[in-house]
Design a protein around this ligand. Structure first.
Ligand code: TYM
Length: 329
């Protein structure tokens, strides 16, 4: 059975980009593969330093992962900081990646530039080594992610290949898997930028907790262009193309074919909003129900952590032995 792993940071409410680019595919893949999904709270530490926030957000994210349809009996949902092997292997991965490789990561350049006068931690720089550890710890063959994670999976492959070259065949080399539609959902107000929790205005982001009228409003106000022609062309018509791609991702259609059904932007916006509401409404209801029982969420996470640790500890032992560290007496 194929081993699949993918993770998400508990840095705020899950948005439509997370769902279409990643979570939805985690759910659809859970019955065909052996799947591991982590809530990566240690990664979130690179940008969060307010005491007490991460724990609450981890529990909320767990509720969301089960609400979108991950089945705790089938999928292994775990918390990164509860499995110490992640941090331990991350150090070894740091020693297997070069300063130059990390310096070329666009996410580091973007995030550190955005933080301007803020504290830019060394963790933000070495982030890809921890992500590589997350992936190789589970012998993951496939990593279902949105388009923005391409470079992170590439560097993971490079690190794993280098490790195997140095110490012998030890790590599985993973590959990224992206959805046909929805791999790069753009901000509704700024279709040149990806939909992201760090955007300046909430109007461009559709959260999975948004109520129906908020979703309708956000699509109605979505930025398009002044040409007045519905056509799928990401470069010259980013706003309209983003709507078509979201509609395609929700309905299973093809963005270019869907364009042929519309003469005006208004009906395209209305239909896309309606398709997103149909997708999100049941998730929101289930999320609110699950949040009522934090003890049950903690129990489900503990179950996932046990399963995750069983795999992670074996991989770390294999890595130590491949390197030839002195075995514990
Ligand atoms: P994160 O938490 O930013 O996002 C979680 C997932 O959502 C996808 N995504 C998007 N997809 C389409 N359109 C968008 N606008 C959009 N925004 C986000 C992301 O591609 C991701 O799949 N570094 C990772 C977390 C991570 C990880 C891992 C992922 C840590 N370790 C190991 C995979 C494997 C991140 O920050 O994702």
């Amino acid at each position: 059975m194929t081993r699949v792993l993918s993770c998400i940071q508990p840095t705020g409410v899950v948005h439509l980009g997370n769902h279409l680019g990643a979570l939805r595919n985690w759910v659809s893949g859970q019955h065909e593969a052996d799947v591991f999904h982590g809530i990566v709270d240690l990664h979130a530490l690179t940008v969060t330093d307010t005491p007490g926030v991460l724990g609450r957000q981890t529990l909320e994210l767990a509720a969301m992962l089960f609400a979108v349809g991950l089945d705790p009996d089938v999928a292994t949902v775990f918390v990164q900081s509860h499995i110490h092997e992640h941090s331990e292997l991350a150090w070894i991965m740091e020693c297997t990646v070069s300063f130059g490789e990390l310096s070329r990561m666009t996410q580091f350049k973007d995030k550190s530039a955005k933080r301007e006068a803020d504290f830019v931690s060394a963790g933000l720089f070495t982030y890809p080594a921890l992500q590589a550890a997350d992936i190789v710890l589970y012998d993951a063959e496939e990593v279902p992610v949105g388009d923005d994670q391409r470079q992170h999976i590439e560097i993971t492959r490079d690190i794993a290949i280098r490790f195997n070259h140095r110490f012998g065949d030890t790590l599985v080399i993973p590959k990224a898997v992206h959805p046909a539609a929805g791999a790069r959902v753009m901000d509704l107000q700024d279709p040149a930028a990806k939909m992201s929790k760090s955007a300046s205005s909430d109007l461009g982001i559709v959260y999975l907790t948004d109520d129906n009228s908020a979703i309708e409003r956000k699509f109605k106000r979505a930025v398009t262009d002044s040409e007045g022609v519905v056509r799928f062309d990401r470069d010259s018509k980013p706003g309209v193309s983003n709507l078509l791609e979201i509609l395609a991702a929700c309905t299973g259609g093809n963005p270019s074919d869907l364009a042929g059904h519309y003469q005006q932007y208004g009906p395209l916006k209305a239909d896309t909003g309606a398709a997103v509401i149909a997708l999100i409404e049941p998730i929101r209801t289930r999320y609110n129900e699950l949040l009522q029982d934090p003890a049950e969420l903690a129990r489900l996470l503990a179950k996932g952590n046990d399963r995750a640790r069983a795999v992670a500890s074996q991989t770390l032992a294999r890595v130590h032995s491949a390197i030839g560290l002195l075995p514990r007496a």
